[in-house]
Design a binder for this molecule. Structure first.
Ligand code: ZN
Length: 318
Protein backbone atom coordinates (compact mmCIF):
# COMPACT_ATOMS: atom_id res chain seq x y z
CA UNK A 1 0.00 0.00 0.00
CA UNK A 2 1.10 3.53 -0.65
CA UNK A 3 0.34 4.89 2.81
CA UNK A 4 3.33 5.95 4.84
CA UNK A 5 2.05 5.14 8.32
CA UNK A 6 -0.68 2.58 7.67
CA UNK A 7 0.21 -1.07 7.18
CA UNK A 8 -2.01 -4.02 6.36
CA UNK A 9 -1.32 -7.26 8.27
CA UNK A 10 -3.10 -10.24 6.69
CA UNK A 11 -4.38 -13.23 8.62
CA UNK A 12 -3.45 -16.84 7.96
CA UNK A 13 -5.33 -18.59 5.12
CA UNK A 14 -6.25 -15.48 3.14
CA UNK A 15 -7.60 -13.92 6.35
CA UNK A 16 -10.47 -16.39 6.48
CA UNK A 17 -12.21 -17.09 9.79
CA UNK A 18 -10.83 -17.68 12.43
CA UNK A 19 -8.31 -15.00 11.34
CA UNK A 20 -8.75 -11.53 9.92
CA UNK A 21 -6.67 -8.77 8.38
CA UNK A 22 -5.46 -6.19 10.91
CA UNK A 23 -4.33 -2.63 10.28
CA UNK A 24 -1.33 -1.09 12.00
CA UNK A 25 -0.94 2.69 12.23
CA UNK A 26 2.72 3.41 12.88
CA UNK A 27 2.19 6.90 14.26
CA UNK A 28 1.83 8.45 17.72
CA UNK A 29 1.39 5.68 20.31
CA UNK A 30 1.10 2.99 17.59
CA UNK A 31 -2.46 1.86 16.88
CA UNK A 32 -3.50 -1.67 15.95
CA UNK A 33 -7.01 -2.18 14.58
CA UNK A 34 -8.28 -5.72 15.28
CA UNK A 35 -5.97 -8.46 16.49
CA UNK A 36 -6.88 -11.34 14.17
CA UNK A 37 -3.85 -11.18 11.84
CA UNK A 38 -1.10 -13.80 11.57
CA UNK A 39 0.26 -14.07 15.14
CA UNK A 40 3.88 -13.97 13.93
CA UNK A 41 3.29 -10.65 12.14
CA UNK A 42 1.56 -9.29 15.24
CA UNK A 43 4.46 -10.45 17.43
CA UNK A 44 6.89 -8.43 15.31
CA UNK A 45 5.09 -5.15 16.12
CA UNK A 46 3.80 -5.98 19.62
CA UNK A 47 6.35 -3.81 21.43
CA UNK A 48 5.39 -0.76 19.33
CA UNK A 49 1.63 -1.00 19.83
CA UNK A 50 0.33 1.36 22.51
CA UNK A 51 -3.32 1.27 21.55
CA UNK A 52 -5.70 -1.37 20.19
CA UNK A 53 -9.09 -0.64 18.60
CA UNK A 54 -11.44 -3.60 18.14
CA UNK A 55 -14.15 -3.12 15.51
CA UNK A 56 -16.38 -5.62 17.33
CA UNK A 57 -16.21 -8.53 19.78
CA UNK A 58 -16.14 -11.58 17.48
CA UNK A 59 -13.42 -14.11 18.14
CA UNK A 60 -11.59 -13.73 14.80
CA UNK A 61 -11.12 -10.01 15.49
CA UNK A 62 -9.94 -10.27 19.08
CA UNK A 63 -8.05 -13.58 19.06
CA UNK A 64 -4.56 -12.20 19.82
CA UNK A 65 -5.62 -9.31 22.02
CA UNK A 66 -3.70 -10.76 24.99
CA UNK A 67 -0.46 -10.37 23.03
CA UNK A 68 -0.75 -6.61 23.63
CA UNK A 69 -0.66 -6.54 27.41
CA UNK A 70 0.86 -3.06 27.59
CA UNK A 71 -1.60 -1.45 25.20
CA UNK A 72 -4.84 0.39 25.95
CA UNK A 73 -7.66 -1.66 24.45
CA UNK A 74 -10.80 0.05 23.14
CA UNK A 75 -13.89 -1.11 21.34
CA UNK A 76 -17.21 0.41 20.39
CA UNK A 77 -19.33 1.70 23.32
CA UNK A 78 -22.16 -0.79 22.67
CA UNK A 79 -19.98 -3.90 23.00
CA UNK A 80 -17.37 -2.78 25.55
CA UNK A 81 -19.51 -4.19 28.42
CA UNK A 82 -19.54 -7.67 26.83
CA UNK A 83 -15.88 -8.18 27.70
CA UNK A 84 -16.58 -8.23 31.42
CA UNK A 85 -19.81 -10.21 31.18
CA UNK A 86 -19.95 -13.56 29.38
CA UNK A 87 -23.76 -13.64 29.70
CA UNK A 88 -24.08 -10.44 27.69
CA UNK A 89 -21.69 -11.79 25.08
CA UNK A 90 -23.56 -15.11 24.86
CA UNK A 91 -26.85 -13.27 24.53
CA UNK A 92 -25.52 -11.10 21.70
CA UNK A 93 -24.26 -14.19 19.88
CA UNK A 94 -27.76 -15.68 20.10
CA UNK A 95 -27.52 -18.25 22.88
CA UNK A 96 -30.28 -16.88 25.10
CA UNK A 97 -32.80 -16.73 22.28
CA UNK A 98 -32.06 -20.23 20.97
CA UNK A 99 -30.95 -22.20 24.06
CA UNK A 100 -32.38 -20.11 26.93
CA UNK A 101 -30.64 -19.16 30.18
CA UNK A 102 -30.04 -22.87 30.73
CA UNK A 103 -28.08 -23.06 27.51
CA UNK A 104 -25.83 -20.19 28.61
CA UNK A 105 -25.22 -21.91 31.96
CA UNK A 106 -24.45 -25.17 30.20
CA UNK A 107 -22.03 -23.45 27.82
CA UNK A 108 -20.21 -21.73 30.69
CA UNK A 109 -19.98 -25.03 32.54
CA UNK A 110 -18.52 -26.68 29.45
CA UNK A 111 -15.98 -23.87 29.11
CA UNK A 112 -14.97 -24.26 32.75
CA UNK A 113 -14.50 -28.00 32.23
CA UNK A 114 -12.19 -27.11 29.35
CA UNK A 115 -13.32 -29.67 26.82
CA UNK A 116 -16.51 -28.64 25.05
CA UNK A 117 -16.89 -31.02 22.15
CA UNK A 118 -17.78 -28.51 19.47
CA UNK A 119 -15.49 -26.82 16.99
CA UNK A 120 -16.72 -23.31 17.68
CA UNK A 121 -16.18 -23.47 21.39
CA UNK A 122 -13.23 -25.84 21.77
CA UNK A 123 -10.68 -23.55 20.17
CA UNK A 124 -11.99 -20.44 21.78
CA UNK A 125 -12.71 -21.48 25.34
CA UNK A 126 -9.54 -20.01 26.78
CA UNK A 127 -10.14 -16.56 25.41
CA UNK A 128 -13.80 -16.48 26.49
CA UNK A 129 -12.79 -17.33 30.05
CA UNK A 130 -10.01 -14.74 30.12
CA UNK A 131 -11.93 -11.81 28.67
CA UNK A 132 -13.03 -10.45 32.03
CA UNK A 133 -9.35 -9.87 32.86
CA UNK A 134 -9.07 -7.51 29.92
CA UNK A 135 -9.69 -3.83 30.60
CA UNK A 136 -11.62 -2.54 27.63
CA UNK A 137 -12.64 1.10 27.20
CA UNK A 138 -14.92 2.57 24.58
CA UNK A 139 -13.70 4.75 21.73
CA UNK A 140 -16.05 7.52 20.59
CA UNK A 141 -18.07 6.73 17.48
CA UNK A 142 -18.18 9.02 14.46
CA UNK A 143 -15.60 11.49 15.82
CA UNK A 144 -12.09 12.33 14.69
CA UNK A 145 -9.48 10.57 16.86
CA UNK A 146 -5.88 11.76 16.57
CA UNK A 147 -3.21 9.05 16.51
CA UNK A 148 -0.03 11.10 16.22
CA UNK A 149 -0.59 13.07 13.01
CA UNK A 150 -3.01 10.49 11.64
CA UNK A 151 -6.74 11.09 11.92
CA UNK A 152 -9.10 8.14 12.22
CA UNK A 153 -12.88 8.06 12.60
CA UNK A 154 -14.48 4.90 13.97
CA UNK A 155 -17.73 4.97 12.02
CA UNK A 156 -20.65 3.09 13.51
CA UNK A 157 -21.67 0.57 10.84
CA UNK A 158 -24.20 -1.75 12.53
CA UNK A 159 -25.80 -4.82 11.00
CA UNK A 160 -23.01 -7.37 11.32
CA UNK A 161 -23.30 -6.78 15.05
CA UNK A 162 -25.02 -3.97 16.90
CA UNK A 163 -21.80 -2.10 17.62
CA UNK A 164 -19.76 -3.07 14.54
CA UNK A 165 -17.57 -0.14 13.52
CA UNK A 166 -15.25 0.55 10.62
CA UNK A 167 -12.12 2.71 10.57
CA UNK A 168 -12.13 5.67 8.19
CA UNK A 169 -8.96 7.64 7.50
CA UNK A 170 -10.27 10.83 5.83
CA UNK A 171 -6.87 12.34 4.94
CA UNK A 172 -5.68 9.13 3.30
CA UNK A 173 -9.03 8.26 1.69
CA UNK A 174 -8.85 4.81 3.24
CA UNK A 175 -11.53 2.66 4.89
CA UNK A 176 -11.01 -0.54 6.88
CA UNK A 177 -14.42 -2.12 6.36
CA UNK A 178 -14.31 -4.79 9.08
CA UNK A 179 -16.79 -7.58 8.40
CA UNK A 180 -18.51 -5.80 5.55
CA UNK A 181 -16.12 -8.11 3.79
CA UNK A 182 -17.51 -8.88 0.30
CA UNK A 183 -17.07 -12.62 0.88
CA UNK A 184 -18.76 -15.08 -1.46
CA UNK A 185 -20.68 -16.37 1.57
CA UNK A 186 -22.58 -13.07 1.71
CA UNK A 187 -23.28 -10.73 4.62
CA UNK A 188 -23.12 -12.24 8.10
CA UNK A 189 -25.82 -10.87 10.39
CA UNK A 190 -26.73 -14.20 11.96
CA UNK A 191 -26.25 -13.35 15.65
CA UNK A 192 -29.00 -12.05 17.91
CA UNK A 193 -27.45 -8.60 17.48
CA UNK A 194 -27.23 -8.79 13.67
CA UNK A 195 -29.68 -7.12 11.28
CA UNK A 196 -29.81 -7.57 7.48
CA UNK A 197 -31.46 -4.20 6.79
CA UNK A 198 -28.95 -2.28 8.90
CA UNK A 199 -26.16 -4.27 7.28
CA UNK A 200 -27.28 -3.09 3.84
CA UNK A 201 -27.56 0.54 5.00
CA UNK A 202 -24.06 0.41 6.50
CA UNK A 203 -22.55 -1.16 3.37
CA UNK A 204 -24.18 1.47 1.15
CA UNK A 205 -22.93 4.21 3.44
CA UNK A 206 -19.35 3.02 2.98
CA UNK A 207 -19.75 3.45 -0.76
CA UNK A 208 -20.61 7.13 -0.26
CA UNK A 209 -17.46 7.94 1.73
CA UNK A 210 -14.77 10.13 0.24
CA UNK A 211 -12.25 7.29 -0.09
CA UNK A 212 -10.19 5.55 -2.78
CA UNK A 213 -9.06 2.40 -0.99
CA UNK A 214 -11.18 -0.13 0.91
CA UNK A 215 -9.61 -2.87 3.02
CA UNK A 216 -11.86 -5.75 4.03
CA UNK A 217 -11.11 -7.78 7.15
CA UNK A 218 -11.40 -11.07 5.25
CA UNK A 219 -10.70 -12.48 1.80
CA UNK A 220 -10.39 -9.57 -0.63
CA UNK A 221 -7.99 -7.24 1.21
CA UNK A 222 -7.39 -3.85 -0.45
CA UNK A 223 -9.67 -2.88 -3.34
CA UNK A 224 -10.47 0.33 -5.20
CA UNK A 225 -13.65 2.27 -4.55
CA UNK A 226 -15.01 1.26 -7.95
CA UNK A 227 -14.42 -2.43 -7.24
CA UNK A 228 -15.80 -2.18 -3.72
CA UNK A 229 -18.98 -0.41 -4.86
CA UNK A 230 -19.60 -2.95 -7.63
CA UNK A 231 -18.91 -5.93 -5.37
CA UNK A 232 -21.20 -4.57 -2.61
CA UNK A 233 -24.24 -4.83 -4.90
CA UNK A 234 -23.56 -8.51 -5.59
CA UNK A 235 -22.73 -9.16 -1.93
CA UNK A 236 -25.98 -7.60 -0.69
CA UNK A 237 -28.04 -9.52 -3.26
CA UNK A 238 -27.41 -12.63 -1.12
CA UNK A 239 -29.90 -11.21 1.42
CA UNK A 240 -32.70 -11.50 -1.14
CA UNK A 241 -31.65 -15.04 -2.07
CA UNK A 242 -31.91 -16.02 1.59
CA UNK A 243 -35.42 -14.49 1.70
CA UNK A 244 -36.37 -16.80 -1.15
CA UNK A 245 -34.77 -19.86 0.43
CA UNK A 246 -36.51 -19.34 3.77
CA UNK A 247 -39.82 -18.62 2.02
CA UNK A 248 -39.50 -21.94 0.13
CA UNK A 249 -38.62 -23.93 3.28
CA UNK A 250 -41.38 -22.48 5.45
CA UNK A 251 -43.82 -22.62 2.52
CA UNK A 252 -43.12 -26.35 2.27
CA UNK A 253 -44.20 -26.76 5.90
CA UNK A 254 -40.80 -26.83 7.59
CA UNK A 255 -40.46 -25.36 11.06
CA UNK A 256 -37.69 -22.83 11.78
CA UNK A 257 -35.64 -25.64 13.33
CA UNK A 258 -36.04 -27.83 10.27
CA UNK A 259 -35.24 -24.94 7.95
CA UNK A 260 -32.10 -24.21 10.00
CA UNK A 261 -30.98 -27.85 9.98
CA UNK A 262 -31.46 -27.99 6.21
CA UNK A 263 -29.06 -25.03 5.93
CA UNK A 264 -29.91 -21.54 4.73
CA UNK A 265 -26.42 -20.09 4.37
CA UNK A 266 -24.11 -22.86 5.64
CA UNK A 267 -23.90 -26.35 4.08
CA UNK A 268 -26.30 -28.79 5.81
CA UNK A 269 -23.48 -30.99 7.16
CA UNK A 270 -22.29 -28.07 9.33
CA UNK A 271 -25.71 -27.33 10.81
CA UNK A 272 -25.60 -29.87 13.65
CA UNK A 273 -22.85 -27.88 15.24
CA UNK A 274 -24.75 -26.04 18.00
CA UNK A 275 -23.25 -22.66 17.00
CA UNK A 276 -23.96 -22.98 13.30
CA UNK A 277 -27.46 -24.28 14.05
CA UNK A 278 -28.06 -21.34 16.39
CA UNK A 279 -27.10 -18.86 13.70
CA UNK A 280 -29.10 -20.61 10.97
CA UNK A 281 -32.13 -20.67 13.28
CA UNK A 282 -31.84 -16.93 14.01
CA UNK A 283 -31.20 -16.24 10.33
CA UNK A 284 -34.34 -18.17 9.37
CA UNK A 285 -36.38 -16.22 11.94
CA UNK A 286 -35.03 -12.88 10.64
CA UNK A 287 -35.87 -13.73 7.05
CA UNK A 288 -39.30 -15.07 8.03
CA UNK A 289 -39.98 -11.66 9.63
CA UNK A 290 -38.68 -9.83 6.51
CA UNK A 291 -41.03 -11.73 4.21
CA UNK A 292 -43.99 -11.55 6.60
CA UNK A 293 -44.29 -15.21 7.59
CA UNK A 294 -45.09 -16.07 11.20
CA UNK A 295 -43.69 -19.57 11.63
CA UNK A 296 -44.99 -22.17 14.04
CA UNK A 297 -42.99 -22.37 17.26
CA UNK A 298 -40.91 -25.56 17.49
CA UNK A 299 -42.21 -27.66 20.40
CA UNK A 300 -38.74 -28.17 21.88
CA UNK A 301 -37.71 -24.48 21.70
CA UNK A 302 -35.63 -23.23 23.50
CA UNK A 303 -33.34 -26.09 22.53
CA UNK A 304 -30.80 -28.03 24.58
CA UNK A 305 -27.25 -26.75 24.04
CA UNK A 306 -25.21 -29.83 23.29
CA UNK A 307 -22.61 -31.13 20.87
CA UNK A 308 -23.59 -32.41 18.42
CA UNK A 309 -27.04 -30.98 18.42
CA UNK A 310 -29.95 -33.38 18.80
CA UNK A 311 -32.47 -33.31 15.95
CA UNK A 312 -35.11 -35.45 17.66
CA UNK A 313 -36.81 -33.24 20.19
CA UNK A 314 -33.92 -31.74 22.08
CA UNK A 315 -32.80 -34.65 24.21
CA UNK A 316 -29.13 -35.52 24.26
CA UNK A 317 -28.26 -37.86 21.42
CA UNK A 318 -26.51 -41.11 22.10
ZN1 ZN B 1 -17.49 -10.53 12.95
Amino acid sequence: MRFRHIHMLPGIGNSRFPYCTSLYVDDGPGLLIDTGADPSALASIASKVGMVFLTHYHYDHIRSVFSFQGADVHTNPIEAPYFADLDKLAEALGMKHVYGEQGISRWKQMLAEGAPNAPYSTAFCRIWLQLRRLRVSAYPLDEVIHVGNTKVIMLHAPGHTKGHSVAYFPSEGLVYTGDIDLSGFGPWYHGEDGDPDLFAVSAERLCSLDADVYITAHHKGAVSKRRFTKAVRKYLSVIKRRDEKVAASLGAGLTLKQAALAGVSYPPHMCRDPWIFMWEYLLSAKHAARIGIIPEVDKDWPFVFQCPLSTDGGHPSS
